[in-house]
Write a new protein. Structure first.
Lengths: 206, 206
């Protein structure tokens, strides 16, 4: 991510102005993608909406894809629950996963997250290059947090030996994403809880 | 679905010609959606590619959405494994689900199915009305086949009492769709098998 304040020595005021511009550019980029779709979002449009010159954007980012990627990384960072510290680990795997999935449900139901992310995802579905870039930079790092949490649970004896955490996480993330993208049924906390129970314990009799 | 041959008494030749036109229209519609996306597919474009007059299409379907819906229903019907007879029921739930999920993997890896279905799904992701229509007519009937199979398994004692089949099916369909749409990892038979094992038996120690 560009760090404009690190590019050259600045006064505190200049740093604040840079941060304000950066914020305005991200907000404009996400709003435009949500309204017009990825393909019809342009650097010109983002600049106009953010109230900055096109050159301000080009000084920090080489392309539309680059500024959008940073805007989405920033948005994901705001969501918070998938922070640098990883998923919660209280030792109670079911409780921790319910907390994470409930937070994800809230995020997916929040228009500020839903609208731009939906537009980006739809574009990635039909544009393999774009899809691959965003999966690599945005989605896979989030999925790796599940891998880490499930691996820790496995070491603690709460996940069966032999279970592949990279596959197991899809039992949680896959159904949630399916409901969100295709809008088959409501995304609720009760659903998140039930999903965790089913995925942890399976649906066959024990 | 329109049944041109039932609209009026026809000679065998006229019926064959109608069926050929219908087939050409479906093929053209799916090819165009795959190449140009849903929004840029038009009745005019379908007619030109199918080698029929626009009026031939309008005689049978009122709108682009209607002809595309029938084309996708026809495509799903061709795929076969989700036939009118429901999912296989040999009494071995794991084996039956592996068979179905492997067939779905093959279908999702087949460009004839993948390309148009991907384009349609992407459009439904950002167009709630279109999405709702296709979920109701195309996806939900397929999901109901899982509900029926899981309900039968529940009655046979192979699924825990209290498990909601409409949620349980998402443990199979959700991860598969997630991999397919976002292309996170390869869609293979081995993955389908592992998914069935995890979803049936859970990931926690038994």
């Amino acid at each position: 991510m560009p760090e404009p304040q690190a590019a050259s020595p600045r006064t505190p005021d200049a740093t604040r102005r840079s941060e304000r511009s950066r914020r305005a550019i991200f907000d404009a980029a996400l709003a435009l993608v949500g309204e017009a779709g990825y393909a019809r979002t342009t650097i010109e449009g983002i600049a106009a909406r953010a109230g900055v010159g096109k050159q301000t954007i080009y000084r920090w980012w080489p392309s539309k894809a680059a500024v959008l990627l940073d805007a989405f990384l920033d948005l994901a960072g705001q969501a918070g629950e998938e922070g640098a510290g990883g998923l919660p680990d209280t030792g109670d795997l079911a409780a921790d996963l319910k907390l994470v999935l409930r937070a994800t449900v809230d995020e997916l139901n929040d228009p500020r997250f839903d609208v731009p992310t939906r537009a980006l995802t739809a574009e990635g579905v039909v544009d393999p290059d774009l899809g691959a870039r965003f999966v690599e930079r945005l989605l896979e790092p989030q999925l790796q947090l599940y891998v880490e949490r499930l691996t820790a649970a496995q070491e603690a004896g709460h996940v069966r030996p032999g279970v592949d955490p990279r596959i197991a996480l899809e039992l949680f993330v896959g159904p949630l994403t399916h409901r969100w993208l295709l809008r088959t049924r409501p995304l609720t906390h009760a659903y998140a809880d039930e999903l965790v129970e089913y995925a942890l314990h399976g649906i066959a009799p024990r």
